[in-house]
Design a protein around this ligand. Structure first.
Ligand code: ZN
Length: 312
């Protein structure tokens, strides 16, 4: 059964209980003229999501739209199943992500490289969405979801096809993965840097863009509302560049993937324990395994910095 939490008169946070773990993936139900979801979570948890919609007092057949911050399976993997089940549903997505919702084959292959045999169990069946059901949102485009007017903002870094959704009237920002992973009750921010699209300079611009908005509240997919906005963003930035430096130095010392992963893990454990106590790190590992963040940084450095060195 889904856990739900009303975070505004017209917004309900639904915990889809990904991988039998509370508070790692949340979807936002926006009630109002256009009942809608921001994020679907994976296909494997769609039934839990719909249970949450019902608990919030809405018949899921009344949902009209889904907006996804990006197409990674933990955010949008369930969109195809929902579109198939509810013929009126439109799916709003970044232009670069749209083709992969219509034909998810490459997306699934890329996820399989990271998750291996666990992929199907964790994420379920990824169903293609007919293209007439997909609505592209360009940078700055606005869309009504629930009773709110949201602005889609291009925010690359974690992925090259990432939007945040900005509600200027309430100063609420739906961040997807652009502001990192911070679980309820925790004061630690994990930087999700999986391959293959990680782009650090782009992420720096994204961070500046988020700060300029001066949001009062960050609504994270992983997980929930956070009001310690400045500290969260500052720690995010510190951890992003700290990890980048650590991986760069380790590569220069010819360390392999396992050694680099162990190095990042030790640093993360130290940071989490210092803030949240010794038991706190397991849930972070469920939603953003350290190894994936290590692989993303290794690949990013090899692709950008080492190539530049060789050509200079
Ligand atoms: Zn992602």
């Amino acid at each position: 059964m889904a856990q739900i939490q009303r975070i505004a008169d017209d917004i309900v946070l639904i915990d889809v209980h990904y991988s039998q773990t509370a508070q790692v993936i949340g979807c936002y139900l926006l009630l109002g003229d256009v009942p809608a979801l921001v994020e679907t979570g994976p296909a494997s948890t769609v039934d839990t999501l719909l249970d949450g919609v019902r608990q919030a007092g809405l018949d899921p057949a009344r949902l009209r739209a889904v907006a996804v911050t990006h197409i990674h399976l933990d955010h949008a993997g369930g969109a195809g199943v929902l579109a198939r089940r509810f013929p009126h549903l439109k799916v709003y997505v970044h232009p670069v992500g749209a083709p992969h919702l219509i034909d998810p084959e490459r997306l699934v292959a890329s996820a399989r490289r990271l998750y291996g045999d666990d992929l199907d169990r964790l994420f379920g069946e990824v169903v293609p969405i007919p293209d007439e059901r997909v609505r592209v949102l360009d940078d700055d485009a606005t869309v009504t979801l629930g009773s709110r007017r949201l602005q889609a903002l291009d925010t690359p870094g974690h992925a090259n096809h990432h939007h945040v959704f900005w509600d200027a009237a309430a100063a609420d920002l739906f961040t997807g993965d652009a502001a990192g992973v911070a679980l309820p009750g925790s004061r630690y921010v994990r930087v999700p840097t999986p391959p293959p699209e990680l782009d650090i300079p782009a992420w720096a611009h994204t961070l500046a863009k988020i700060r300029r908005l001066q949001p009062k509240r960050l609504l994270l997919t992983h997980f929930g509302p956070h009001t310690w906005v400045e500290d969260l963003l500052a720690q995010f930035e510190e951890n992003l560049y700290g990890n980048l430096r650590m991986v760069r130095d380790a590569l220069a010392a010819d360390e392999d993937e396992d050694a680099i992963t162990a190095r990042l893990r030790t640093a993360a454990l130290r940071a989490i324990e210092a803030r949240d106590g010794p038991e706190a790190s397991a849930r972070y590992e469920v939603i953003m395994p350290i190894r994936q963040s290590a692989l993303g940084l290794i690949r990013y450095i090899q692709k950008t910095e080492q190539r530049t060195e060789k050509s200079s």
